[in-house]
Design a protein around this ligand. Sequence first.
Ligand SMILES: C[S@@+](CC[C@H](N)C(=O)[O-])C[C@H]1O[C@@H](n2cnc3c(N)ncnc32)[C@H](O)[C@@H]1O
Length: 250
Amino acid sequence: MKKVYVIGIGAGDPSDLTLRAIEAMRAVDVFFFMDKDGAGKENLIAFRQEVLTRAVPEASYRSVHATSPERPKDGRDYEKGIDWWRGERRRIFREMLSELGPEETGGFLIIGDPALYDGTTQILHELAAEGFEIDFEVVTGITSLQTLAARHRIPLNRIGEEITVTTARLLAETEPEKISNTLVMLDGRATFLHFKETDLYIYWGAYLGMEEEILIAGPLKEKADEIAETIETSRARQGWIMDAYLLRRP
Ligand SMILES: C[S@@+](CC[C@H](N)C(=O)[O-])C[C@H]1O[C@@H](n2cnc3c(N)ncnc32)[C@H](O)[C@@H]1O
């Protein structure tokens, strides 16, 4: 049966690769890349290439690239749109995986860890449920949230606290009093500004693990505008931004 590794490669620094990730990469005959068009695409491709150069310097693999279909926006016919999108992603995966010989091993390189806001394992499960013969294994990676905590030298929770991980879209609908220890991903639009008048603290990071890394922390009241401005100037300078943050009660 065809074998595929889904390999977490860390958020942005190739030194965060695990030994298991390197071993898995060395066993791969064909790497599959499915990227969204848009800002940041080139940077993510460059990061993965750097990881590959470090882990498999002899470059003894083939690469197959595909463009990810755009996820439908909220609105009329949203559910129909999502069905189409999921089907399209399965079709593209089938097509890519057909490049794999019966005894060969494939690999997907996932930013951070495959368990956090990444659809690869879900698509592979859907294909398996449709009868597509594939054996796959997940190799964990260091997530952007772990990197955020390490850079700010904080634990993600203090004693006995719960942690919520959410998206900027969901955060925007959250009542301020419901936020006690909330990690926010998929933003880039300074959604924390909604909570500027609260007593929350923010631990913010952009381009984590990369050369351009930026860290800012402090009371949200004092830091919100500075971070929002940093997001705008960085996006203008780099052409893209990827950020994550923790909002926490003092
Ligand atoms: C599609 S999710 C993927 C998360 C990834 N699987 C992980 O384990 O971190 C993309 C989001 O992760 C966060 N992220 C990933 N890499 C990052 C980085 N190097 N710096 C800051 N945020 C990052 C951002 O919130 C970004 O919008």
